[in-house]
Design a protein around this ligand. Structure first.
Ligand code: AKG
Ligand code: FE2
Length: 273
């Protein structure tokens, strides 16, 4: 698919789907990493006492894995896949000073809704509707087929320009399904109204959900504190930058004056459970 067309679709409709980016073999490899991580780490997840009204934080009906950067370096192939970074380099920089300010990862998770579950309330991932420039973009890698039956993501085209939120429990006439074959990637402006669909099958519907935001937006988890030193040491400069190791605020005026840094922060000691 032509990159100019993808960018133009994201600007006008709020999203675009690029087919055939990953091979079946690669998708199956990443899915096996997800299944292993889910089995190993989900028993240790913090369980919130009270879910919010929309229950987007209710993870009982889905397999979900977080913070993949600290689980396998293989994930960086997707975090910095040139097909997506070449698009993000334009959309997440434009409007910044000289169109050159960096962006970093905000969210690194994957979800697979269980049978007969998964339908989410239409929502946005940007915490603010509308906006002249995208401040957060989401890259959703389809590691399984995304169909009506497996729970493809629902989207409302053009809603990234609305300055309101979707009404609760309403299905909009203009809503469409972001369907795609295994190995496709859905890229959307995080102000787009969207929702994970219901999975009516016994099959998995693994989607890797990567949020990228302008450098001054804080991430979902503290990557500077949850990246083990032995992982950090193996990362390239651009991978460290992507995790935000150059966008942390200075401790105080004696340490540094600029909000961004030329050198990398040092990770703190961290071990997975
Ligand atoms: O899994 C999907 O299709 C979308 C997930 C989503 O929107 C979210 O978790 O914020
Ligand atoms: Fe979302």
């Amino acid at each position: 698919m032509d990159q100019q067309q993808v960018i133009s679709d994201i600007r006008t409709k709020g999203f675009a789907i690029i087919p055939d980016v990953l091979s079946k073999k690669s998708c199956e490899h990443f899915k096996s990493l997800l299944e292993d991580s889910f089995e190993k780490y989900s028993p240790h997840y913090h369980r919130p006492q009270n879910n919010t009204a929309h229950a987007l934080d209710n993870k009982k009906n889905e397999k979900v894995v977080f913070n993949l950067h600290n689980k396998s370096l293989d994930w960086f192939q997707l975090f910095e896949h040139p097909t997506v970074t070449s698009i993000l380099d334009i959309l997440l920089k434009e409007g910044s000073y000289k169109n050159q300010e960096p962006y970093h990862l905000l969210n690194i998770s994957a979800r697979s809704p269980l049978k007969d579950t998964g339908d989410q309330q239409l929502h946005l991932d940007s915490n603010l509707p509308g906006g002249d420039f995208p401040i957060i973009m989401v890259v959703l890698w389809m590691l399984d087929d995304f169909t009506k039956d497996t729970g493809a993501t629902r989207v409302v085209p053009g809603s990234h320009k609305f300055t309101t939120y979707a009404e609760d429990n309403i299905v909009y006439d203009s809503e469409v399904l972001a369907e795609g074959k295994q190995g496709s990637v859905l890229i959307y402006n995080a102000s787009l109204w969207h929702a994970g669909g219901k999975n009516f099958t016994d099959n998995t519907r693994w989607g890797l959900v990567l949020g990228y935001g302008r450098w001054f937006i804080k991430p979902s988890f503290d990557f500077l504190k949850n990246t083990p030193i032995e992982v950090f040491e193996q990362l390239t400069d651009s991978q460290r930058e992507l995790l935000g190791f150059r966008s942390a605020p200075p401790l105080d005026e004696f340490t540094r004056m600029k909000r961004r840094s030329d050198v990398f922060e040092s990770p703190l000691p961290y071990k997975l459970p």
